[in-house]
Write a protein that binds this ligand. Sequence first.
Ligand code: SAH
Ligand code: SF4
Length: 344
Amino acid sequence: MLNDHTETGKILSGLLPEEISAACNLTQRFHAMQIFQWIARGTELFADMTNIPLKERERLTQDFAVHNSRCGTVLKDPDGTVKLGIELYDGSRIETVLLFDKNERKTACVSCQVGCPMGCTFCQTGQLGCLRNLAPNEIVEQFLHLEKICGRLDNIVFMGMGEPLLNLGAISKTIAILTHPKGRNLSHRRITLSTSGICKGIYELADSSFDIRLAVSLTTADEALRTELMPVTKANPLPELKKAIRYFNEKTGKRVTLELALLKNINTSLDAAKQVCAFTQGLDVHINLIPWNPVDSLPYTTPSDSEVRTFYSYLTAARLNVTVRQKRGRTIGGACGQLGKKSC
Ligand code: SAH
Ligand code: SF4
């Protein structure tokens, strides 16, 4: 059973210490910091917060909750990837994935929406439409559930279900909570946000105080093809997207990752590579190729290893900095673009 404290102010995992103090009307303000620290360490019950007076713990248990989501399913791929199915208070379901990077560091790939409104034609999540934005506590809790099951995590990427720049308020709050020096104290440099390319949000992020990394899902630099595959292109055409990426480069001094989901015979030709090279002129970018991860019912095919190698060599010949994403998590539907299948 999920608890029924559904009002955001009553779920403490989504609050900063000063907000916990105000929401709970605590007699001693330092108790708010102690509660915040218990939550960051993964404690879910007020009863276990032993440095808080018993009477206060009983009152908190009556009126508040630490979490209002619960981990339902845990799927493990033989390659180490783990996928959690998380149940929200209203019966919605989201997915969170543990990934390993090439240095075997652990990364939480978290969702920011139930579904996604962007409608990219090659993505499982895009087929769901957007049901709603997640609240800050629902994003923080994905990280805490994953740490409970998989141990301490090194990085967090906003690359799960949904378009993060459409829920930047909740993401900002999540970042403030997870990077708080008295709490989980995650470094800003260990946080990456991936967007389908919403220019306004890229400018906002560049102008924010967050020192996080940015990834943009370019997919193709052919405007007409990108409009077909990623409807976001209509309101955010490639020349505008390029300007926004350049602004991010200049304002933050950071390199941006361009992600290219590779679809066999669609965006892997020599011409397609030339268009990507032209797009990158004047930008400080790294390219990450993601061979398409199969999604039932979508009319695409994964390129062969040799097709991927050829495309890779076109780009590296033009002196671009390129990596190929390892195929991980596919057997549990936990790879990029596979999240949100109804039967999982
Ligand atoms: N919504 C954000 C982040 C989640 S998608 C975004 O689009 O950037 C994470 C990455 O997976 C994106 O780069 C996206 O283009 C890619 N992707 C989506 N579906 C895919 C699939 N079936 N196979 C491979 N990559 C996919
Ligand atoms: Fe949404 Fe990203 Fe999937 Fe596009 S690729 S539908 S933006 S989750």
